[in-house]
Structures are given as C-alpha cells and as structure tokens.
Design a protein around this ligand. Structure first.
Ligand code: BDR
Ligand code: CA
Length: 312
C-alpha cells in the first residue's frame, strides 16, 4: 500500500477526495493536516474531522496547521464553498478531537520516522503547511517520495483572478518553494479538473448508493455546483481535489507532460500564476508532471465504485 498524508482545506471537493482515499485499499492515510484556505483554519480543521466521522475513520489523526499564508493575508473562498466551507447538508460539529501538536510537526516527524521515499504528500489547498515543513526541516525534502497536488492552471487560466488558481494564489511564496524543492511533483491544474465535472447522472449515481456517504456527497456536489453553473455556465461542478487521489489510483486515466513550472510571486496582476513551459520554449529543466487531460467517465466510474464501499 502507498502511504500518504493529505494536506487539506475542506471544502466539498476536498471532502470527496478524502473519502475516495479512505475507500481505497491501495492507500494508507497516515493523517490529515488542515490548512487555512477555502475557509479559516478553525473550520477546515473541523471539516476534516466531520469527514473522518462520516467515513467511520476516527482512527485517522487530524492535525491543525498554519492559519495564514507565509507572507500574505489569508484569502478565503466562501463564495464557492459557503460560510462553513462544507455548506449543503446540515452537519453537526464533530465529537472527534483534534490530534495534539501542529500539522507541520506531524509532517516533519512522519517523514523522519518512515523509510525514505515511501510517503506521498497530497496537498489539496494552499501549500503553506508543506512549505513551512520544508523550511523548518530541510532534511525531510529528500525523504518525500512525491508530491501530488491540486493547483495551478495553464490554458484554463484562473478561477480567483484572471491569471491564478486559488490554491497557488493564496500562498504563492509557499508554492514557489514547493515547486523549486526538487521533489518529484504531479500537478492537477484547472485544465484537468474543469473536465472532471459533475452532471445530473453522476450526482444521481452518488444518491443511488443509498448510503450516508452517497447522500452527503450528492448534497455537497449539489451545493458546489451552484457557483460554477452561475459563473461559468458549466453543466456541473469540477471535482478538483479528488483528481489528486484518482491520479494515485489510476494514473492511466490522465495524461500530461513533464514541464518546467515557475510561480509568479511579484506581480500584483498575475500573483500566483503557474507559468508552465508547455511548449518547451525555454531551456529551464522540467520540475513537474503537469496534467492536461482526464478520462472523465473513467474518473467518475472509479469515484462511484469506491465511494459505494463506504457503508454505514
Ligand atoms: C481549489 O480551490 C478550492 O476552492 C478547491 O477546494 C480546490 O482545492 C480549486 O481552485
Ligand atoms: Ca481544496
């Protein structure tokens, strides 16, 4: 089994990604680390525990991490995810406590304790926790097997500004560090996640599971859809973050290129832009597998088949 740490700012799509990981025997989730992003840290740390309880996985430690980006004020996305970050179905506060300690320390300690090259980091939000861990403990960088993250955009440009995708925009300094760290990197940008769109039949498939997980996922995606329908006129909602977990499970559903990606940190106009050398017009060395396409039917088939395994 592949050991992973999910670094997350739930977020309805983060929630679905976490459930997909829990439902997949190929993956062993060592812990969830919450970061400020879609909503403030207190809520993302709460929401991560709600997801664990929903899946009956209160054995998974949930750590709270950084409550603001490295060098900026926090920007949140309640306009997409609602005031709690998990708006949609009515959810009670979790009974499960947070794990003791800081998420950054958990990341550092875990990478030092596990055999080198055996842990994959899966960031689904701003990269603050990961970059902070790398800054504080540079020895862990080479122990990371791979980072598979949702963030950035190239042909699809931005969703929070015309130039930038939300996760990278919120903490561009953290993203710059992570992209420059020399760790094998897989990037699932908007170019691919905007192809992983829900539609009526796909949401109905969640509902038809007849389980609590299926009902919740349907309600979350129903809520999440609102924003994209109004904003982009798209048929459904992009399930951004589940693409990270799906890539780990079935990389053959995706295609992309090894390219150089640099992060804009200086320009106010293009802050957080992922400048991907898709056409190889520079001699900068590739630092990321930048995914551009997904078999959306295959992705939803995988997601549905797996989520159905999470019985009450
Ligand atoms: C990303 O930003 C968040 O709103 C989503 O959870 C996803 O991680 C998409 O830009
Ligand atoms: Ca997210």
């Amino acid at each position: 089994t592949q050991k992973i740490i999910i670094d997350t700012d739930p977020g309805q799509d983060d929630a679905v990604a976490i459930l997909l990981a829990f439902a997949s025997p190929e993956l062993k989730v060592l812990g969830l680390t919450a970061v400020a992003g879609n909503v403030p840290l207190e809520l993302t740390a709460r929401n991560a525990r709600i997801v664990c309880e929903l899946a009956g996985r209160t054995d998974i430690p949930v750590y709270a991490g950084c409550d603001r980006p490295i060098a900026r004020d926090l920007v949140t996305a309640e306009h997409v995810h609602g005031k709690t970050g998990l708006d949609g179905p009515q959810m009670d506060d979790p009974a499960m406590p947070l794990a003791e300690g800081h998420a950054v320390d958990f990341i550092i300690d875990t990478l030092r304790a596990q055999d080198p090259g055996t842990v994959v980091l899966c960031p689904l939000g701003p990269l603050t926790n990961i970059a902070t861990a790398f800054r504080r403990a540079p020895d862990i960088v080479e122990r990371v097997q791979r980072i598979v993250l949702m963030g950035g955009a190239y042909f699809e440009v931005g969703n929070i500004t015309p130039a930038a995708e939300f996760n990278i925009y919120v903490d561009p300094e953290a993203a710059r560090d992570v992209f420059a760290a020399g760790v094998p990197l897989t990037v699932l940008p908007l170019d691919v996640t905007h192809k992983a769109l829900t539609n009526a039949a796909r949401v109905q498939a969640f509902r038809d599971m007849g389980t609590r997980v299926g009902t919740m996922v349907a309600a979350w995606t129903d809520f999440f859809e609102r924003y994209d329908k109004e904003k982009y006129g798209s048929a459904g909602a992009p399930l951004h973050d589940p693409c990270v977990i799906a890539w780990l499970l079935k990389p053959e559903l995706f295609s992309g290129r090894e390219v150089n990606v640099e992060i804009e940190v200086d320009s106010p106009l293009t802050r957080g832009m992922t400048v991907a050398d898709w056409w190889g017009v520079t001699d900068r060395a590739p630092n990321a597998l930048f995914i551009g396409d997904v078999d959306a039917d295959g992705f939803f088939a995988l997601l549905t088949e797996r989520l159905a395994r999470l019985h009450d």
